[in-house]
Write a protein that binds this ligand. Sequence first.
Ligand code: F6P
Length: 327
Amino acid sequence: MEKTVRRIGVFTSGGDAPGMNAAIRSVVRTALHMGIECIGIRRGYHGLINGDFVPLTFESVSGLSRRGGTMLYSARSEDFKSQLGREKAVATCKLLGLDALVGIGGDGTFRGLLTLAQQGLSVIGIPGTIDNDIACSTYTIGYDTACNTALESIDKLRDTMQSHERCSVVEVMGRHAGHVALNVGVACGATAVLVPEQKVNYEEDLMEPIRRSRLAGRTHFMIIVAEGVEGGAYEVARQIKEATSLDTRVTVLGHVQRGGAPTVRDRIAATYMGYEAVRLLAEGKSCRVVAMDGESYVDYDITEALQMHKGLDQQTYTVMRALTGIQ
Ligand code: F6P
């Protein structure tokens, strides 16, 4: 028999991402529309263990779509990794009368949801991370905003690099993935883009594009490095200086990439995903991740989703190589 969902909890976990607030708003308003109450769990799994919650109403999520960060705070909980921590989390759900949970975050968040599902809770995951590294989904909430934020800074950097005829080495976020670096690198017209998915050949991937560009008359250079590349931006800059004597400067963009008002793309994706999450729960579904397949919204079993693999977008990679002149 289908379990009727009367009250759900929503939380954000892992690194925050612009658009998480829009997803929270959407979960709350969709739930209310379907006659379901909604409670916000604060500070991710940490809050679930400690009973840190806030009631959410139609009004309390008003104006949230345009705000960066997450009104529910976010955390990475060590305690939840223990059996005791997970038991406490289940006990909190019972105490709060929660029939289901919606968790917004990355793979770590989904693994947590899976353990709760195994203990009988209904759960749905929403992919929220600027890294766009969730295998089952072609898009994750926050990616577009983060890329735009990085691009804006790089455009500004280019002005000063051009004036001083320097080589700029910019490190962008992405953890172990190069999606942000590749996308931003193509968008800013980088001289070279280095990603962790491809073993870096300094000569072919870096020095040759710089030399070719120099021969074509260019006097400043923009190198985009994903944080997951071995040695990071400082090692790349050292190699460039050694091989070319160019005046080189490193900029690590860091957490600025996680802030700011979400773009249209992120607000829309977050809003649709929030809606889909509640719709699935209302239909009696559980242990699913809402995902995007191109422009369509789909959902996968969490176990299946966690086993998937996502590589770099091959078309973008090919375009990047062509435009930087790599054979
Ligand atoms: O997963 C999002 C992300 O910003 C990664 O790009 C980065 O490696 C990591 O989180 C940084 O984590 P923290 O905010 O804990 O320093």
